[in-house]
Ligand binder design. Structure first.
Ligand code: TXA
Ligand code: MG
Length: 353
C-alpha cells in the first residue's frame, strides 16, 4: 500500500515554526518524518512509542536485529534514555554535542526494547542541525532516527535521495538541502571494558583521542589486506548501490593505471563503466568513454565524504553496469570514507601492488 509523501522545503538556518509544528504533530501521533541532520538524512519516530518505532523497520525494510540511535536536542533528556553514564560520557557529550558522535550506553527501561533490538544498551546522539533541533524541541520527545534510506542502500544526503527510496512509504520529508558531512556519525561504545569505535564516522578518532586516550577501532569486516575474515553478524552489504562496485587499493601510482586497464577491458566487453574518482584523477580518464563522477579534491577529505553517497547514487541512476573507485588517505574522515567504500563493494577489495 502506498501513501502520499509530502516533501516540504525548510530553511535550515531559520526553519518555519508552523511547518515544524506539523512535523512535530506527526511524530507525536506515532508517524514517521524524514529530516536533514549534519551527517545524512534521518527517518524519525517517537523513541518512546514502540509501535512508531516498528514503523521504521517496516518503511526501511530493516531487520529488527539492527538497533537504532535515539536523537535528542538537550543533554537534560539523557536521564530518561540512559543509566549509569560513566563520567567520560558526560565529558564527551559536553565536548562534541551537538555533533556527529553517537554514544552507546546502558539503556533506561523507559526506552522500548525494539529501539535497541533487545539489547541492554542504547545509542544516543544530538545532531548539529537547526531543523531536527527545533523539531525535537517542539515535539518534546527523544526521536529514533536511522539513515532515511531503504535497508542496505547508500545513506541519503538530499531530500531527493530520501524520496527515491521511501516515497510512498512515509508521510513527510523535510527538505533542508544537501547535508554537510555526508557520512553518518561515529558510533562509540562505552559499555564494554574498553571504549570501542563501532562505526567510524563524521567525528574522526583523532579528535576523540585527547578526551578518551584508550579508544580503539578494529574493523569488524575483512581488513584491507584481506587477512581477517568478517565476523558473524557483521552486515557487509551496506551502503551499496544496486550495481557492482570494484574498489582498488594500493599506491596511487599503481592504482590509476590498473583502473585504466580494467576500464578499457570492461568497455571492450561492451559494459557501461562508471568511475568514481578524485578531481585530480579525472583528466586521465576523461577520454576513455566511461562515465566519470568526481568526488572532489583528494586533498579535501571533507569534500569527498560529502559527495560519496550522492555520486554513488548518480552513477547508479545513469545506468552503468559497474562502478570502479579507489581508496583515499585513511586519516581523519578518511577512515569513514574507506569503511563506506569497503561496504559498498561488499568487502571485495582489489589489492594493487
Ligand atoms: O549520522 C547518523 O548517525 C545518522 C543520522 C540520521 O543521525 N543515523 C544513522 O543511523 O546512521 P543508522 O540506524 O543508519 O545507524 C545506526 C548505527 C548502526 O550501525 C547500529 O548498529 C548502531 O548505530 N547502533 C545503534 N544502537 C546500538 C547499540 N545499542 N549498540 C551497538 N550499536 C548500535
Ligand atoms: Mg544507515
Amino acid at each position: 500500500m502506498s501513501i502520499e509523501t509530502r516533501v516540504v522545503k525548510v530553511d535550515k538556518e531559520n526553519p518555519d515554526p508552523a511547518l515544524l509544528q506539523t512535523a512535530a504533530d506527526l511524530l507525536a501521533c506515532g508517524e514517521l518524518v524524514a529530516f536533514p541532520t549534519e551527517t545524512v538524512y534521518g527517518l524519525g519516530a517517537n523513541a518512546l512509542d514502540s509501535d512508531a518505532v516498528s514503523k521504521i523497520f517496516v518503511a526501511k525494510g530493516r531487520p529488527l536485529s539492527d538497533p537504532l540511535i535515539v536523537h535528542i536536542y538537550s543533554i537534560s533528556q539523557m536521564d530518561e534514555i540512559a543509566v549509569n553514564m560513566p563520567p567520560v560520557a558526560w565529558d564527551l557529550a559536553h565536548a562534541f554535542w551537538p555533533g556527529p558522535l553517537t554514544i552507546v550506553l546502558p539503556k533506561h527501561r523507559r526506552i522500548p526494547a525494539n529501539v535497541s533490538a533487545g539489547l541492554e544498551t542504547v545509542a544516543v546522539r544530538m545532531p548539529n542541525h537547526r531543523v531536527p533541533h527545533a523539531l525535537f524541541r517542539l515535539a518534546d520527545l527523544p526521536v529514533v532516527a536511522p539513515s532515511a534510506n531503504l535497508f542496505s542502500r547508500p545513506s541519503p544526503t538530499t531530500a531527493q535521495h530520501v524520496l527515491d527510496d521511501l516515497g510512498g512509504r512515509i508521510p513527510m520529508i523535510l527538505d533542508g538541502g544537501a547535508t554537510e558531512i555526508g557520512v553518518e556519525s561515529t558510533v562509540l561504545d562505552l559499555t564494554g571494558d574498553r571504549p570501542l569505535i563501532l562505526r567510524p564516522g563524521g567525528l574522526p578518532i583523532e579528535v576523540l583521542r585527547p578526551l578518551i586516550p584508550t579508544v580503539s577501532y578494529t574493523p569488524r569486516y575483512a581488513a584491507l589486506d584481506g587477512t581477517s575474515a568478517p565476523s558473524p553478524g557483521m552486515l557487509l552489504k551496506h551502503y551499496s548501490p544496486s550495481v557492482q562496485v570494484l574498489l582498488f587499493h594500493g599506491a596511487v601510482d599503481h592504482v590509476l593505471p590498473r583502473i585504466e586497464r580494467t576500464t578499457r577491458k570492461l568497455l571492450e566487453e561492451g559494459k557501461a563503466v562508471g568511475l568514481m574518482l578524485s578531481q585530480e584523477d579525472e583528466a586521465r580518464f576523461d577520454p576513455l568513454g566511461a562515465t566519470v563522477a568526481s568526488l572532489g579534491s583528494e586533498d579535501n577529505l571533507g569534500q569527498i565524504a560529502q559527495n560519496l553517497f550522492a555520486r554513488m547514487r548518480e552513477l547508479e541512476r545513469s545506468g552503468v553496469d559497474v562502478i570502479l573507485t579507489r581508496t583515499f588517505d585513511s586519516h581523519g574522515l578518511g577512515l569513514a570514507i574507506a569503511d563506506r567504500l569497503i561496504r559498498a563493494t561488499e568487502g571485495k577489495v582489489i589489492e594493487v601492488r
